[in-house]
Ligand binder design. Structure first.
Ligand code: CP3
Length: 367
């Protein structure tokens, strides 16, 4: 066997597979949960590690630090999955765009795609340029020692293109949408390249030890109906079709999350993913009725609920679990927030959330 195959055979057996079972729409004793951005600035231990490392990028690019911060929320709370500590923008960074962060600001690129020449020069990153990510995946999976599954992830081709063309985050996506409508040929060239890069990237994360993968389409919801299908959905379908479905005899579920994608739920359920992420604008019960037994659902508490008092948090969590209803054969629910957890979230609120999801969902199954 190759050294890689030997390495994956050495991972400890999984002690808690509740998350994977829910994604695959198998029965579970309770509703599993994890939180988008669960390793982050709301945790004092994260802020301490980050201070020592110097910056977010020096954390993300160092597998030892990435392992440490990935495990922090797992150690503090009884979450049911770990997510690789990294960022969606590692891929365009490896394409040569020069990712950087200025203190107190979001991500930026030194060399955004400004014109046809930039776009036509774009290439799938060289093998090796993202090796630090795959090393982190293997190191995290080893450190988890089978406690919970490890999620790998990437951005969607469209969401990556937003940052690559705008050069940073945007309120209205003026530059990237202008290119999309004026020069759809250029936009399709970027998206085609991104889709191949992402498929290769996710498959390499699976080879390195990721047990599920998630595609973040954070800005798909900014697109018009019609444009969404052409410029975001179709490329996610293409990626899902390129993903390896099994590793070491275990199914590797794929989750797709279009923030603001509620209108397109039925179409999303048809692209071959195992589960769909939902933002907080959606009604879980109605979403479940729409997708039937095609896909599991993941979501969708408003992250702002965590700023309320414990009693209110409990009420809102129970309302979400009741809205989804009692899981039945062929259905699956993974509890999560509707978007990333805020850096200002009180630590105690997360304890209340985790306890309530676990306790109430067990009771729900017995009723
Ligand atoms: O969920 C996790 O705990 C895993 C880690 C993770 C990060 N980014 C770490 C991070 C994941 C899954 C992401 C995905 C990501 N990154 C997305 C898609 C999800 C979403 O939120 O819609 C996007 C759009 C990005 C791009 C990005 N990276 C932004 C907009 C920012 C700034 C936001 C902020 O909170 O400051 C980042 C930086 C970033 N990525 C941080 C973390 C923990 C904050 C870095 C820090 O200052 O320590």
């Amino acid at each position: 066997a190759s050294p890689k195959a030997l390495m994956s055979m050495n991972f400890a057996p999984l002690k808690n597979d509740t998350f994977l079972r829910a994604l695959l729409r198998q029965e579970t004793d309770y509703t599993p949960l994890w939180l988008m951005r669960q390793a982050g600035r709301y945790l004092p231990e994260y802020r301490a590690t980050r201070k020592g490392a110097g910056s977010f990028l020096s954390l993300a690019k160092n597998p030892g630090f990435a392992t440490e911060v990935t495990l922090q929320p797992i150690d503090r709370y009884g979450l049911d999955a770990a997510i690789l500590f990294s960022d969606i923008l590692t891929v365009p960074d490896a394409m040569g765009l020069g990712l950087y962060f200025e203190e107190g600001e979001g991500p930026k690129f030194e060399r955004p795609l400004k014109d046809e020449k930039d776009v036509m020069a774009l290439k799938v990153p060289e093998a090796g340029s993202l090796q630090y990510v795959f090393d982190a995946v293997t190191q995290i999976r080893t450190a988890l020692d089978g406690r919970v599954p490890l999620i790998g992830f990437s951005g969607s081709p469209w969401t990556l293109a937003c940052y690559m063309v705008e050069g940073q985050g945007s309120r209205d996506f003026h530059t990237v949408k202008s290119m999309m409508y004026k020069r759809p040929d250029l936009m399709h060239h970027i998206l085609r390249t991104n889709a191949d890069a992402v498929a290769t990237y996710l498959n390499a994360q699976i080879d390195a030890g990721a047990q599920a993968v998630m595609i973040f389409d954070s800005w798909g919801g900014a697109l018009a109906d019609g444009a969404y299908q052409e410029f975001s959905l179709s490329y996610m379908r293409d990626i899902v079709s390129q993903l390896q479905k099994e590793k070491d005899g275990k199914r590797i579920p794929a989750i797709v999350f279009t923030k603001g994608g509620g209108l397109w739920l039925e179409q999303l359920a048809d692209i071959g993913a195992d589960a769909l992420g939902l933002d907080w604008t959606m009604n879980l019960g109605q979403a479940r009725a729409k997708v039937g037994d095609k896909v599991a659902l993941q979501g969708n508490l408003d992250p702002a609920v965590l700023f309320a008092e414990p009693e209110q948090i409990r009420k809102q969590v129970i309302a979400a679990l009741d809205s989804y209803g009692k899981p039945a054969a062929g259905h699956g629910h993974v509890f999560n927030l509707g978007h990333g957890i805020s850096q200002f979230t009180p630590l105690e609120s997360v304890s209340v959330l985790v306890e309530t999801v676990h306790e109430y969902s067990r009771k729900q199954r017995q009723s």
